[in-house]
Design a protein around this ligand. Structure first.
Ligand SMILES: Nc1ncnc2c1ncn2[C@@H]1O[C@H](COP(=O)(O)OP(=O)(O)OP(=O)(O)O)[C@@H](O)[C@H]1O
Length: 264
């Protein structure tokens, strides 16, 4: 009998209600290791809510979340981070007056040790510094290690944000609009960076830029009104009549962002 690998991350029957409003209704999804999937859909479709459920920021009203086959539904975000899950947020969450190194070191510390004092760990400080340097190198900020984060361009700040998600070397990365606010001149560089960090990882990202979604994704998941509408390869989604009618058709000129997000 052939062994079937567990999905890297999955949710089963997830429903999220905010009072009377149902933001997610019975959503089941599984992502195979090493794939990059994009979550698309109009504003309010439930994309961020789903990412929040997967990362532990929101406890679902019903359903469960599995990480590498293990039920993590009741684990807090930092506990999930320690089991190999990284996430970024729609807004940049770095400390502008701290240097790139300080941001990364603090990020590594918070994720690796939580509220525990890091100096309890053997060689904790050196390990944090080395991890921070490696992350800076990966996201192309090695030359800016000692620059205040606030002095970086927006694209570089996004790169730093991505670096922060890598401090625990996560197997699964959840990225909420990693290109939000990145100007045209920096998009190619940011996309190349995502391509680099996805190596050896499973990535689920929310993105409104359809050109980027169609070029980097192994698969596309389309949501609307808190439910799954369709799922498939970029080519399949382009050809899907329901998806075309809703998002990719005449209403949506090629290359234009979908929904609210504007690109400078
Ligand atoms: N904490 C909350 N309390 C009440 N309603 C919420 C809460 N969080 C989200 N919602 C609602 O749930 C719905 C889904 O929101 P969500 O942010 O998941 O959508 P989205 O697909 O990520 O949209 P966008 O592309 O605009 O970010 C929206 O109608 C939103 O107003």
């Amino acid at each position: 009998m052939t062994a079937v690998a567990s999905p890297a991350i999955a949710c089963e029957g997830v429903t999220v209600a905010f009072g009377d409003f149902v933001a997610l209704r019975n959503v089941s999804l599984a992502f195979a290791p090493g794939r990059l999937a994009a979550l698309i859909g109009p504003n309010g479709a439930g994309k961020t809510t789903l990412i929040n459920v997967l990362s532990g920021q929101i406890r679902p009203t019903a359903g469960r979340v599995l990480l590498g086959g293990r039920d993590v539904t009741r684990l807090a975000p930092h506990a999930r981070a320690r089991t190999g899950l990284g996430r970024s947020f729609q807004i940049v969450t770095i400390f502008p007056e701290m240097t790139v190194m300080e941001n990364l070191r603090l990020g590594a510390q918070a994720r690796a040790f939580g509220l525990q004092p890091f100096w309890r760990a053997v060689d904790g400080w050196r390990a944090l510094r080395e991890r921070a340097e490696a992350c800076a190198e990966t996201v192309g900020l090695a030359a800016k290690l000692h620059s205040p984060a606030g002095s970086l361009s927006h694209g570089e700040q996004r790169a730093l944000e991505l670096g922060l998600t890598l401090t625990t070397d996560p197997a699964v990365l959840l990225l909420d609009e990693p290109l939000a606010g990145v100007g045209h001149s920096e998009i190619d560089r940011s996309v190349a960076l995502i391509e680099r960090v996805r190596q050896g990882r499973t990535v689920l990202l929310i993105e409104h830029n359809m050109d980027v979604v169609m070029s980097i994704s192994d698969e596309v998941v389309v949501m609307t009104g808190g439910e799954l509408l369709a799922r498939g390869t970029p080519a399949e989604m382009r050809a899907d009549a329901r998806v075309r009618a809703g998002y990719l058709g005449d209403r949506q000129p090629a290359g234009q962002p979908m929904g609210r997000t504007a690109y400078a």
